[in-house]
Design a protein around this ligand. Sequence first.
Ligand SMILES: [Zn+2]
Ligand SMILES: [Zn+2]
Length: 66
Amino acid sequence: MKCVECGATATKMNEEEMPVCSKHSRSKLKSPKCPECGLEMKVRKSKYGVFWGCMAFPMCDGLRKI
Ligand SMILES: [Zn+2]
Ligand SMILES: [Zn+2]
């Protein structure tokens, strides 16, 4: 697996369980803005996979593909 930040070989998973190299193990992925309300988005998981979900969920159900 490759680091989601720089593309180097990933050695671990970060808090959001995305592959990262040791240099980026603490940095968070830059979260996109919600297309619905403009708030930041968080990595969420469902049985369909991983996706960006609005911070304000369940008040807002804005979604984006990762
Ligand atoms: Zn990296
Ligand atoms: Zn939203």
